[in-house]
Each structure stands twice: as C-alpha cells, then as structure tokens.
Design a protein around this ligand. Structure first.
Ligand code: SAM
Length: 248
C-alpha cells in the first residue's frame, strides 16, 4: 500500500473514528493536534452521526443519488453505508485520499470515487457523474458538503454553494456544516489547521447559504440536529443542517 508524506485532515478523522485507512503521518498529526486541543474522537463521532441522520433524511425524501465533496475516506458510516439503496459519487482533491477511496470502493457498482474540486463542479468527471448520480441536473439529488466549508474563504464558499444551487434540480438537498469558533481558545491547535482555516459565528451561516433554504431544523450544533435521544454534552465545534432548493 502506498504511503503518504503529508497528513490529511480526512485521514486524521478516519483515525479518530477508529478506522484503518490512514498512514503514520496522519496518526502523528492527529496526536499532535490532540496534544494542543484535547480528545477529538467524540467530536468526530458526533459529526459522522450527523452525516448519517442528514443522509437518511434526504434518502427518506425519495432522493437516490448523492454527490459528495471533500469526501475524505468513504468508510465508518459514510454516505453509501447509511443509504445503501442510493448511488453515490465521492469526490476530493487529495490524490492519496482519492486512490485510497477508489481501493475501498473497488467492485462496488453503486458507489464510486473521483477527483472533484468543490469550487468548480465542472472538474467532476462527467462519465462518473452520469454513472453514479444519474439524475444530476434533472431530478433531485443530495449534495454532501461536510468538513469542507472551513477550508474556503467567504467569497469562494458563497460562490461555490450558489453554483451548486444552479446546477441541481429543484427538490435537491444540501447537507452542510460550518466550523464554529471553538478553536479560538486553542491557538496552538488553530495554527495547526493552517492559515486558510475559517472559523465562523452562527450569524454568518445564512448569507453564505444564499438561495439554499435551510429546513425548519435550522443550522445548529450538529449534536442538536434531529438528535437520536439526548444530545451528547460536547463543545459546539461544528454547526450543520440541511438546506433545500425549492424552485428553479
Ligand atoms: C476535514 S476533511 C473532511 C472529510 C470528510 N468530509 C469528513 O467529514 O470526514 C476535508 C476534505 O476536503 C478536501 N478538500 C479541501 N479543499 C477542497 C476543495 N476545494 N474541493 C474538494 N475537496 C477539498 C480535503 O482534501 C479533505 O479530504
């Protein structure tokens, strides 16, 4: 198996989720981050559980095709595992993670993995899009945009979400999350996320969503988005929710 020479936040998340699809460099970065912040596994388990509840909600509305941006590692309760009847195209920009994902999904005829820069949907291979998200642009789909907004500045994020809104059919859903300001109290951990990392206050989320309409659940701490039982007592590190394209 190939090695990675640089850590990836996606593969660090796999480590925190107890997965097996990461490299020593990812484990070293994850442990260094925890040294500066504290335990991360409970936060990422909660974020992945939110993904599950959001994807099941979208599938429950009759949607059977998903396009996932900044997908990371397609395991540990990821989209095709929680919506096994759906077709799913995972995309990312990190070549090592893409090859890892392609290996994990080899032989799966309902889920695939390819390159895709979220800021330009045109970079997604059109043959993969036709194969794994057959209704793209014609019937409602689920766009999964988790763990990604924090790596895009406001103008790029707003433009990206608006382009996706224009590309999908009415009735489509967006599952999205934003990093709150939790890391402001941990400057060493914040510095490890790199200069492009964006924390945002809840008041900023609405205008970034633009024409997408949040469901009545709103954009809230992910542990409080339609919780199964009592929400876990965790810091509000991630805020997320679902938004819908209501009309053309
Ligand atoms: C924090 S990880 C999130 C992974 C996964 N969504 C999850 O929640 O476990 C962020 C991912 O976004 C990817 N990424 C960063 N910029 C991107 C872009 N412009 N388009 C698509 N993916 C991007 C990174 O390579 C990385 O795999």
């Amino acid at each position: 198996m190939e090695e990675a020479d640089r850590a990836s936040t996606a593969r660090m998340i796999d480590f925190w989720l107890g997965g097996e699809d990461h490299f020593p460099v990812d484990v070293a970065a994850a442990r260094a981050f925890e040294g500066a912040y504290g335990p991360c596994a409970p936060l990422f388990r909660e974020l992945r559980a939110f993904l599950g509840r959001a994807v099941r909600t979208i599938a429950g509305a009759g949607v059977d095709g998903f396009l996932v941006f900044g997908a990371g590692v397609p395991t540990r309760g990821n989209v095709h595992e929680v919506a096994p009847e759906a077709a799913v195209l995972y995309t990312d920009v990190d070549p090592v993670t893409i090859r890892l994902g392609q290996r994990i999904l080899a032989g799966n005829d309902r889920a695939g993995y390819g390159y895709g820069d979220a800021t330009d949907v045109g970079t997604v291979d059109s043959a993969l899009l036709r194969r794994f998200v057959p209704g793209w642009g014609r019937r409602p789909v689920g766009v999964v945009f988790l763990g990604l907004a924090a790596f895009l500045d406001d103008a790029t994020l707003a433009h990206t979400l608006d382009e996706l809104y224009a590309a999908v059919a009415p009735g489509s859903f967006l599952a999205v999350d934003f990093d709150g300001e939790e890391l402001a109290a941990y400057p060493e951990a914040l510095a490890m996320m790199g200069p492009q990392f964006r924390m945002r206050p809840p008041a900023a989320f609405g205008s970034l969503l633009g024409r997408w309409t949040p469901t009545d659940d709103g954009i809230v701490a992910v542990s409080r988005w339609r919780p199964d039982g009592s929400p876990a007592a965790l810091p509000d590190a991630f805020h997320g929710g679902l938004a819908i394209k209501r009309s053309g």
